[in-house]
Write a protein that binds this ligand. Structure first.
Ligand code: AMP
Ligand code: GLY
Length: 419
């Protein structure tokens, strides 16, 4: 089969790496890809959001299966566009991807179907939003409705901070149209866990749980990022909690989407908080998380292509889905200045030494004409190691990363050590 993966980050490198192991994958393409992906797939210079161009390239190259990995093309309806052109594609259609693209939609879905989540109200006008904040007090959470690169959530410790967040979203247009509608919700507390689940519209199979680390600095301080590292499984997610999540959250979500005429085929990302009141949904995403994908797929033993095809064909109940015992850790190496502004183009050394004991997924790199690899994004690399225990995986990731350097490189020292 000829397969195209849409996207160009660490998640897509992990997907291409796993798909490359399938005996059915004769030829892999990735659009736009990156410097590391280029070693496994032919990179195609089309932006992940260029839906029409992507569809026509796919038709011209007789691609058999397209895997749409990032949130933006899913929200734009790339899967719908591929299928209208007769090309089988993995990922939810636009009307199901809305569980990530609109927090107002996902919150009202959870309320309607009694899926546990933080208490909330949504607003399109400033005055009532401010009054609600004052009536609820702090801490309180303010969220822009739409996609905002993971930056549209403010966990405010004071009502003043929450009011400023609402002003910047609704008056100053900080997140553009994504912030015209805001959700204001109760601040929950407890350990956070991510569960990614394969879904085919009728069946849902959770993967091993994981945990990412969203803040830039150690001790969960500083601004949010796309994710500075991930571990799998996450300690504390017991079989009892997993069973409860399946019954109270995962299956009800799939059934709710079906009842609304929005069957979900793809990967549902459940961002959960294990509160004293039981597990609750923090957020849904309509795709693999990044970097959770790198940690979780490192543990997959069976053929990823067969599983993704089963999601598309509604045969997930018959799919062979097996995982390694043990644990994994993905440590992100980022550019200096990230998540603010940063420089690109710095040569990266030590990749082959690190590669002897780890899999180094490339998130933001480019390959020069001479084959050398340079930094080309905020998150640059994800050094990923599996081990018999979580500590072994974490220590292995740090030991491998010690070989790598580039100007300004920064990373967290406490991946897997905080909740
Ligand atoms: P999100 O992009 O919705 O995952 O939010 C980013 C981060 O903000 C989450 O990973 C949580 O750490 C935090 N967060 C979001 N909603 C809440 C909430 N209702 N209570 C406490 N923390 C939250
Ligand atoms: N790591 C969080 C996300 O992919 O949304």
């Amino acid at each position: 089969m000829k397969i195209l993966v849409v996207g160009g980050g660490g998640r897509e490198h992990a997907l291409v790496w796993a798909l490359a192991k399938s005996p059915k994958a004769d030829k892999l393409y990735c659009a736009p890809g990156n410097g590391g992906i280029a070693a496994l797939a032919e990179c195609v210079p089309i932006a992940a959001t260029a839906v029409e161009e992507m569809v026509s390239w796919t038709k011209d190259h007789a691609i058999d299966f397209v895997v749409v990995a990032p949130d933006d093309p899913l929200a734009l309806g790339m899967v719908d566009a591929m299928e209208s052109a007769g090309i089988p594609a993995f990922g939810p259609r636009k009307n199901a991807a809305i569980i990530e693209a609109s927090k107002v939609f996902s919150k009202s879905l959870m309320t309607k179907y009694h899926i546990p989540t933080a208490r909330y109200q949504s607003f399109t006008e400033l005055g009532p939003a401010l009054s609600y904040i004052r009536s609820q007090g702090a801490p309180i959470v303010v969220k822009a409705d739409g996609l905002a690169l993971g930056k549209g959530v403010i966990v405010a410790q004071t009502t003043e901070e929450a009011e400023r967040a609402v002003h910047s979203m609704m008056e100053d247009g900080r997140f553009g149209p994504a912030g015209a509608h805001v959700v204001i919700e109760e601040c929950m507390t407890g350990p956070e866990v991510t569960v990614l689940a394969f879904a085919d519209g009728k069946h849902l199979v959770p993967m091993p749980c994981s945990r990412d680390h969203k803040r830039i600095y150690d001790g969960d301080r500083g601004p949010n990022t796309g994710g500075m590292g991930a571990i799998s499984p996450a300690p504390g997610y017991t079989p009892e909690i997993a069973a409860r999540c399946q019954k109270e959250i995962f299956l009800p979500t799939m059934e709710a989407l079906n009842a609304e005429g929005r069957p979900f085929q793809g990967v549902i990302y459940f961002g959960l908080m294990l509160t004293s009141d039981g597990p609750k949904v923090v957020e849904y995403n309509a795709r693999f998380g990044d970097p959770e994908c790198q940690a979780v797929l490192s543990l997959l033993e069976s053929d990823l292509l067969d599983i993704l095809l089963a999601c598309r064909n509604g045969t997930l109940d018959q799919a062979d889905i097996r995982w390694k015992n043990g644990a994994s850790c993905c440590l992100v190496l980022a550019s200096g200045g990230y998540p603010g502004s940063y420089q690109k183009g710095y040569p990266i050394s030590g990749l082959s030494e690190a590669g002897e004991t780890s899999v180094v997924f490339h998130a933001g790199t480019a390959r020069n004409a001479d084959g050398s690899i340079v930094s080309n994004g905020g998150r640059v690399l994800g050094v990923t190691v599996t081990g018999a225990t979580l500590d072994e995986a974490i220590d292995g990731a740090y030991a491998a990363a010690a070989h790598i350097s580039f100007t300004g490189m920064q990373f967290r020292k406490d991946i897997g050590k905080t909740v």
